[in-house]
Ligand binder design. Structure first.
Ligand SMILES: [Fe+2]
Length: 243
């Protein structure tokens, strides 16, 4: 299980591409402290260091896409994927769970921290939780039977995936919106309980950039009141080896 969060200070000798890649491979996440929040430049260069920022998830998008995550009730429109603008509790989930190839890495940089200590990141390791399930539950969660509806503004209605794809080594979860066949519900419930019991919490400080392996970990967030809390988010795809 995740016991604690690996942290590297950008100004320390431990900060190197090799060290960060090794920590991501072994732990599935890392926090880099003291990154520059002045512009999008630093989070983009970190995303390009760990993977590729050209994702081809949406044909309308090109180049690195940095999203600002900030409470803004005016931007929440009915029937739209507008979760970036809420301050609600987010249960554990995989980002872009409904696409065929969810981005390998999710990076979030804290630009303005929450001085009330709210909006705490929740992280849980799917691979370690999955390993302690019964073989029956594992088999069920590997069935391609779980329905992941696309957001209402997408053209295609839904996709069907396993919770764990052994071929792609991808976990995916979005319990609030996904549909689970009745016979697989006990395995899914058991898996989510184990994930919840092994949550690690981390409060992002200004200049922290957290990099999460989105194929292996699920993440969430506690609710917050702050009107000023502000994060940047970017995705990064896996750089496949040619060997
Ligand atoms: Fe998310």
């Amino acid at each position: 299980m995740l016991n604690n969060i690996p942290i590297v200070n950008k100004l320390s000798k431990d900060y190197s591409k090799k060290n960060i890649s090794e920590i991501l491979d072994s732990e599935g996440l890392i926090v880099i402290q003291n990154t520059s929040v002045e512009s999008n430049e630093e989070i983009i260069s970190l995303a390009q260091m760990v993977g590729l920022t050209e994702l081809n998830i949406d044909e309308d998008l090109s180049g690195p896409q940095v999203m600002i995550i900030k409470k803004d009730p005016n931007k929440i429109k009915p029937n739209q994927a507008s979760t970036y603008f809420t301050s609600d509790f987010f249960p554990l989930h995989t980002d872009l769970s409904y696409v065929i190839n969810p981005p390998k890495y999710l990076l979030m940089q804290c630009v303005v921290e929450d001085t009330n200590g709210e909006g705490v990141s929740l992280l849980s390791d799917c691979s370690k939780s999955f390993n302690i399930l019964s073989s029956h539950s594992k088999q069920n969660l590997m069935q391609q039977k779980f329905i992941f509806p696309n957001p209402p503004n997408c053209k295609i209605g839904e996709n069907i995936f396993p919770i764990y794809s052994i071929n792609d080594k991808v976990f995916r979860l979005k319990n609030e919106t996904m549909k689970c066949p009745k016979e697989f519900q006990p395995a899914l419930t058991e898996f989510i309980e184990v994930l919840k019991n092994n949550i690690v919490r981390y409060l992002l400080k200004k200049g922290d950039t957290i990099i999460i392996d989105n194929h292996r970990l699920v993440h969430g967030r506690t609710s917050f009141q702050s009107e000023t809390r502000k994060l940047r988010r970017i995705y990064s795809a896996e750089r496949k080896s040619c060997l």
